[in-house]
Design a protein around this ligand. Sequence first.
Ligand SMILES: Nc1ncnc2c1ncn2[C@@H]1O[C@H](COP(=O)(O)OP(=O)(O)OP(=O)(O)O)[C@@H](O)[C@H]1O
Length: 268
Amino acid sequence: MTTLLEFRQVSKQYGKDPRALTDIEFQVHEGEFVSIIGPSGAGKSTLLRCINRMIDASSGEIIFNGTNILKFNKRELKHLRTQMGMVFQHYNLVDRLTVIDNVLHGRLGYKSTLQGVLGLYTSEEKHQAFDTLKRLGLEDQVFKRCDQLSGGQKQRVGIARALVQNPRILLCDEPIASLDPNASRVIMEHLRHISTTMGITVIVNLHQVDVALKYSDRILGVNKGSIVYDGPPQGIQDPAQLSAIYGSAWNQLQEELESKREREVVHV
Ligand SMILES: Nc1ncnc2c1ncn2[C@@H]1O[C@H](COP(=O)(O)OP(=O)(O)OP(=O)(O)O)[C@@H](O)[C@H]1O
């Protein structure tokens, strides 16, 4: 298995606050599906956003495809970001634009400023955008404005936008936190399918433990800025492991898991 991403002693401190991440170390292989779980404020978003340098780590090394990306200049960073698609909790779409226009925005990293401003996309890019929307079941929505879509459809547009970048990795920050259980299942199945059939590495931040267990090859459990679990989903079914990850939030999680066993998705 080829290592695509490696964190070496990565720490992040916001100003004079206590460190949000402390000496984070892990590796992710090409094509792996990894979920990051942990209580609120544990550092999940900070960790995910350090990968594409939306947030700059304070120290350590982040090795992507063999190179330390913390040393990248502006031009190298622009190229790096074409290889990393990002999917957001609140979709980050331009609501007044059509679905296809939003998806084509995924190609902007490959364009000059002028080409981007003028919306100069090739017919190949337009075909790719359409095919990707079809793959995500949105072929009937291509020319709709995004503000006319449901949350689940908007998130699929967000995924399509990330995919037309031809990324090597998809970073998904709470992709189902704003969705109902049914739409959440559709999104997670698409992400899993993308990883399995396209070989794209997927890293997902999740609040839903049961969803993480169901879809992931591997789980990273984060608590107070440190990785306290790195292993397969099976290992995390041990209550001691969940307690180590969730700390004082564990009791609340346990109660929710028990009382809402019938529900499809459990929010921590
Ligand atoms: N821009 C910022 N400035 C200062 N502190 C921040 C900033 N962003 C995050 N933090 C702090 O860093 C820590 C980790 O936050 P982060 O958002 O990464 O956690 P999280 O696990 O994603 O939380 P949640 O699940 O609630 O989204 C928290 O203590 C948070 O208050």
